[in-house]
Design a protein around this ligand. Structure first.
Ligand code: PLP
Length: 385
């Protein structure tokens, strides 16, 4: 039956039957500690009562309205995201890719309102922003882009945390700088506060937009509501892109705009059939309320997690560097990571490998100290084997 699936993924050999808290259970009843959580989506683990309650209550009332009609959860969720981000208005969609697409269209529309000819978007090497033509155009990885060239023109890529490169790439044609606050898929690379401030400065000076992609690092993962809020004194982005855990495991994306950026998109200029439906909005509200309650705990566990992982640096020969923040971590190895992922799974720990040699860990926000210790001891064992 698998032969009828388009072979774009190459999944790990694990047939999921169900989840339970921080664990996955396969079709043979075997339990695994889940430290990748559907790529950071199942942030409250499996079967969280707040998520289930929202889904059950809303499912019996109304699943979908389309944006021909409204419902009360949409406005409430938008207000909550505005409050969380410090920005103003929200467009709901169904994925990180779509949320990024809306941000890029806003940047274009805003620039075109002020006259023709400005198109330049600055993005980062090794970035990941999604697979649609627009989102792929700002994704700085050759392997994803190459088969689909030519993509959206006038996109330039610079190395991360290189303030000089940013300043020299920025010109009067620049309409946006797009960046993950902590790069995820590219190997877990946090942006420095100095680089983030420089993005704010070069975009403000040219009335361009700073588009912060917080799809993977946002919504509590660092112990802060958004990762850019970690840095004291840093001004806000103009647009925040978010998705992955937003609706507790249901597909949802959101693009959050400042008043200035939001003015680019007027009635009829953008849209979606599914985006912002009652089921996902109500579930997302339950998710955000729960994260608000958990933030101090996430911060505590995040510090412990990073300490445990960093102890492996210099101690385990194949560990080159540990990076990340809070409950988002990358372990760069001197060796290929794919077989380490296989050994970890055989030992009951589910993770993934990104960028060839970086083990990526995105444990759920409900993880306990004991589970962190268990995961780290499994990793130590497979990395010293
Ligand atoms: C996953 C991801 C996306 C794409 O999200 P999808 O929901 O897969 O479309 C975009 N940006 C970042 C930073 C991501 O991690």
């Amino acid at each position: 039956m698998q032969s009828h699936l388009l072979p774009v993924f190459g999944p790990q050999p694990l047939l999921v039957e169900r989840g339970d808290g921080c664990h996955l259970i396969d079709s043979e009843g075997r339990r695994y500690l889940d430290f990748i959580t559907g790529i950071g989506v199942n942030a409250l683990g499996y079967g969280h009562p707040a998520i289930l309650e929202a889904i059950h209550a809303q499912a019996s009332l109304c699943l979908h309205t389309s944006n021909l009609h409204s419902h009360r959860h949409q406005g409430e969720l938008a207000a909550k995201l505005a409050d969380w981000s410090g920005l103003d208005q929200v467009f709901f969609s169904n994925s990180g890719t779509e949320a990024m697409e809306a941000a890029l269209k806003a940047a274009r529309a805003l620039a075109n309102q002020r006259g023709p000819g400005r198109h330049r978007i600055i993005a980062l090497e090794n970035s990941f922003h999604g697979r649609s033509a627009g989102a792929l155009s700002v994704t700085g990885q050759r392997k994803y882009r190459q088969p689909f060239q030519p993509l959206v023109p006038d996109t330039v890529f610079i190395p991360i945390n290189d303030v000089d490169a940013l300043r020299s790439a920025a010109s009067d044609d620049t309409i946006a700088v797009v960046a993950e606050t902590i790069q995820g898929e590219g190997g877990v690379h946090p942006l420095t506060p100095a680089f983030l401030s420089a993005i704010r400065e070069v975009t403000s000076r040219r009335e361009a937009l700073w588009i912060a992609d917080e799809t993977q690092c946002g919504l509590g993962r660092t112990g802060h509501r958004f990762a850019y809020q970690m840095h004291q004194g840093l001004e806000m982005p103009d647009v925040v892109v978010t998705a992955k855990p937003l609706a507790g495991g249901l597909p949802m994306g959101a693009t959050i705009f400042s008043r200035r950026a939001a003015a680019a998109l007027e009635t009829g200029m953008h849209g979606t059939t599914f985006g912002g439906g009652p089921l996902v909005c109500r579930t997302a509200l339950a998710f955000l309320n729960e994260v608000d309650r958990l933030l101090p705990e996430i911060r505590r566990q995040g510090v412990y997690f990073q300490q445990q992982l960093r102890a492996m640096e210099g101690e385990i020969p194949v560990v080159r560097q540990v990076r990340g923040c809070g409950l988002m971590a990358g372990i760069e190895l001197t060796i290929d990571g794919a077989h380490i992922v296989d050994h970890a799974r055989a030992a009951g720990l589910v993770i993934n490998c990104t960028h060839g040699n970086v083990l990526r860990l995105l444990p759920p926000f409900i993880v306990s100290k004991t589970e962190i210790e268990e995961a780290c001891s499994t990793l130590r064992a497979v990395l010293t084997q």
